[in-house]
Design a binder for this molecule. Structure first.
Ligand SMILES: Nc1ncnc2c1ncn2[C@@H]1O[C@H](COP(=O)(O)OP(=O)(O)OP(=O)(O)O)[C@@H](O)[C@H]1O
Length: 599
C-alpha cells in the first residue's frame, strides 16, 4: 500500500501537480504567519549593522585621536560616551532580532502543525491506511522542529547576506571607493563556492532525511509488532536489521557532516584570504599616504563585518537544508488533493429516522483501475437493519467509508431522506452517524474521557447510563479507579471484549440515528459475547443500521442482507428468502456450522 501511495506522489510530481514551484518559494508562501516577524528580524539586523558601523567609526576616531593626535581621555570623552551608546543600541537591536526570529519560527510551526493535521483529517483514513505511521509522525514532529532553524536563522540570513554587505559598501564608498570596490569584487566568490559545495550537500541531506524517516517507520512497526516478532523467533533477525539501518543512517550523517565541515573550511579560507587582501592593500596605501589612518582603520574594522553575513549564511546553510528536506515531505502532504466537496448546507435532516438511498454508486481508489464498488443501487429504509456480507475485498468497508464520508462516490449519488449527501456539510452529517468498528480505537487517557469523546458536553449521569447500556458499567466499577482508570495506549490494558463495550458506550452516548457496525470477527469469551449481543440489540432499536456481518446469527436477525462480490451487489433480500435456492448467500451459509466467519 505504501508503494501505491509513493507511486501516486511520483505521478503527481511528474504531472506537475506537486513541484511546479521550488520548495523555497512554496515554503515562503506557507510561512505567511511569520512574514511580519521575518521583516522585523531583517530590519533589526540592518539597524544593528548601522549601530556597528557607528561603533567602529567611534573606535577608529578614538584610536586615531589618542594615538596619533595624542589627545587625552577627557578630550575624547564625548566620543567614548557615543561609543557606549552605540554598543548598547546594537546589543538591544540584536536581542530584538533574536526575539523576532524565534517568534516567527514559533508562529510558523504552530500554523504548519495546524494545517498539516487538518489536511490529514481531510485526507482521512483512506490516505493514512496507505502510509507508514512512523514516517508521518516523524514529519509532524521532528520535521516541523527542523523548520525552526530554517525560519529563524537561514531564511533571514539569505536576505541579510545581500543587504548587510550592500549597506556597508554604501557607507564605505564615499570614504574610500577603492576598498569598497575590492570588497564588491571579492564578495561574489564566496556564495559561488558555497552554492557549488552546497548543491552536492543538499542531495545528501535529502537522502539522510529519507533514511531517518524509513528508520522511524521501521522502529514503530517493530515496537507495535513486538509480540509477533517474539512469537516467530524473529527478534535476533530484527535486531540485526535495525542495526543495519542505524549503520546506514550513521554513514549518511557522517557524509553530510564531512561535507558541512568541508564547505565551512572552504568558506573560512576564502573569507580570511579576502580580509587579508583588503588589509594588505590598505597597508600599502597607508605607507604611501594614499589614505588617512582613521579611514584605513575603519575599513579594516568593517571588512570582517562585511563578510560576516556570508559566513553566517554558510553556518546556517546546513540547518536550513535539513529544514528544507523535511519541508519537502510536508508540502507533498499539504498539496495532496482532497476529494471532499465543500459544505453547502449545514443541516435539514430529521433526527428521528434516516432513510438512505444509493443510486448507481461507484468508487475507484486513486491509481487503481478496478472499482472497489460498481453501480451500487440500494435502499436502507428508516429504522431497519441491513447486513453486508461478502468475501474479503468485496467492498464492504468501502461502502461504510462512503456513508462516513471518508471518501466520496466517483459516480452516482447517495441521498438521505431525499437530500443528496454531497450537499450536506461533512461535520454536520457526522453528527448523525455512530460507528462501532471491529477494532475500536481507544486513546491514552481514562475510561471516562474515552466514552465522553462521543459527546463532550454529556453529564456524568449520561456517561454512566451509556456504560450501563453497553454492558460495561460492571467491569468498569470493578477496576481500581473506576471510570478514572487509565487504559494505556490504544486501550492495551483492556481485553478485546471490554474495548468493544467502551466503543458501544460511545455509540449509546452519541445517540445518532444512523449506526454503522463492523462486527468483531475474532472470538470473544462467551460472557463478553453475550453482553455485547444484548447491548447491540438495545443499540439498534429505532435506528437505521448497517452492519458488516461475519456471523450467521447476526445476519439472521437483519431486515435485509446485501451480498457483495467484487464490488457489486449480487444478491439482496430477506435472510430467510435468500437461504432458499442456490444463492451465493445460501452457499455461504451452507459452509457454516454454527458461528463460523462468513468470510
Ligand atoms: N486505500 C485503498 N487504496 C486502494 N485500494 C483499496 C484501498 N482500500 C481498499 N482497497 C481495495 O478495494 C477493494 C475493496 O476493499 P474493502 O476494504 O472495501 O473490502 P472489504 O469487503 O471490506 O474487505 P474486508 O472484509 O477484508 O475488510 C479491495 O480490492 C481492496 O484491495
Amino acid at each position: 500500500m505504501a508503494c501505491k501511495v509513493s507511486e501516486t506522489i511520483a505521478r503527481m510530481k511528474s504531472s506537475n501537480l506537486i513541484g511546479k514551484l521550488p520548495v523555497e518559494k512554496k515554503l515562503l508562501q506557507k510561512i505567511a504567519p511569520a512574514r511580519t516577524m521575518l521583516l522585523l528580524t531583517i530590519l533589526c539586523a540592518l539597524l544593528a549593522t548601522l549601530a556597528t558601523i557607528a561603533q567602529m567609526g567611534y573606535v577608529s576616531k578614538i584610536v586615531s585621536r589618542v594615538f596619533l593626535a595624542h589627545q587625552s581621555l577627557e578630550q575624547v570623552g564625548s566620543l567614548l560616551l557615543f561609543l557606549l551608546i552605540a554598543i548598547f543600541i546594537r546589543a538591544v537591536l540584536l536581542w530584538l532580532r533574536e526575539l523576532a526570529a524565534q517568534q516567527g519560527a514559533i508562529r510558523v510551526k504552530i500554523a504548519l502543525r495546524k494545517s498539516l493535521f487538518r489536511q490529514l483529517l481531510q485526507l482521512g483514513p483512506a490516505f493514512s491506511r496507505g502510509e507508514r505511521t512512523g514516517e508521518l509522525v516523524l514529519t509532524l514532529s521532528e520535521g516541523i522542529e527542523r523548520l525552526d532553524a530554517y525560519v529563524s536563522r537561514y531564511l533571514p540570513q539569505m536576505f541579510l547576506s545581500v543587504l548587510i554587505p550592500l549597506l556597508i559598501v554604501a557607507v564605505l564608498f564615499p570614504l574610500d571607493w577603492t576598498s569598497a570596490l575590492l570588497l564588491l569584487l571579492t564578495a561574489p566568490l564566496i556564495p559561488l563556492l558555497m552554492v557549488l559545495v552546497g548543491s552536492y550537500t543538499e542531495k545528501h541531506i535529502q537522502q539522510q532525511w529519507t533514511a531517518l524517516a524509513r528508520m522511524s517507520a521501521h522502529f514503530l512497526d517493530s515496537v507495535q509488532g513486538l509480540m509477533t516478532l517474539k512469537l516467530f523467533g524473529r527478534s535476533r533477525a530484527e535486531c540485526e536489521r535495525i542495526e543495519r539501518m542505524s549503520n546506514s543512517f550513521r554513514d549518511r550523517t557522517m557524509r553530510v557532516l564531512r561535507l558541512a565541515f568541508l564547505s565551512g573550511t572552504v568558506l573560512e579560507f576564502m573569507v580570511t584570504m579576502a580580509i587579508g587582501l583588503v588589509a594588505v592593500t590598505l597597508g600599502i596605501r597607508l605607507l604611501n599616504h594614499g589614505i588617512s589612518f582613521e579611514n584605513a582603520f575603519l575599513i579594516l574594522l568593517l571588512t570582517p563585518e562585511f563578510y560576516r553575513p556570508l559566513r553566517d549564511l554558510g553556518t546556517h546553510r546546513h540547518a536550513g537544508m535539513e529544514g528544507k528536506a523535511a519541508a519537502q515531505r510536508m508540502l507533498e502532504i499539504l498539496e495532496m488533493p482532497v476529494a471532499m466537496p465543500k459544505a453547502e448546507r449545514s443541516a435539514g435532516l430529521s433526527c428521528s429516522a434516516l432513510e438512505i438511498d444509493f443510486t448507481g454508486v461507484s468508487y475507484l481508489y486513486p491509481n487503481i483501475t478496478k472499482p472497489a464498488l460498481h453501480n451500487i443501487s440500494l435502499s436502507l429504509a428508516a429504522g431497519t437493519c441491513t447486513a453486508l456480507v461478502g468475501r474479503s475485498g468485496a467492498g464492504k468497508s468501502t461502502l461504510v467509508n462512503l456513508l462516513l464520508r471518508f471518501i466520496e462516490p466517483s459516480a452516482g449519488q447517495i441521498s438521505v431522506n431525499g437530500i443528496s449527501l454531497a450537499a450536506l456539510g461533512i461535520e454536520e452529517w457526522r453528527k448523525y452517524v455512530a460507528l462501532v468498528p471491529q477494532r475500536p480505537y481507544l486513546f491514552y487517557g481514562s475510561i471516562e474521557e474515552n466514552i465522553r469523546m462521543a459527546r463532550p458536553e454529556a453529564s456524568d449521569e449520561e456517561v454512566l447510563w451509556a456504560a450501563r447500556q453497553a454492558g460495561a458499567s460492571d467491569f468498569i466499577q470493578r477496576l481500581p479507579a473506576g471510570f478514572a482508570t487509565q487504559i494505556g495506549e490504544q486501550g492495551k490494558r483492556l481485553s478485546a471484549g471490554q474495548a468493544q463495550r467502551i466503543a458501544l458506550a460511545r455509540a449509546f452516548l452519541k445517540d445518532a440515528p444512523l449506526l454503522l457496525l463492523d462486527e468483531p470477527a475474532s472470538s470473544l469469551d462467551p460472557e463478553s459475547e453475550a453482553l455485547i449481543r444484548q447491548a447491540l440489540e438495545r443499540l439498534q432499536r429505532d435506528r437505521t443500521v448497517v452492519i458488516v456481518a461475519h456471523r450467521y446469527s447476526t445476519v439472521a436477525h437483519a431486515d435485509q442482507v446485501v451480498v457483495l462480490e467484487k464490488g457489486e451487489i449480487i444478491e439482496i433480500g430477506k435472510p430467510a428468502a435468500l437461504l432458499q435456492g442456490d444463492s451465493t448467500y445460501a452457499r455461504l451459509m451452507g459452509k457454516q456450522s454454527g458461528e463460523v466467519s462468513l468470510r
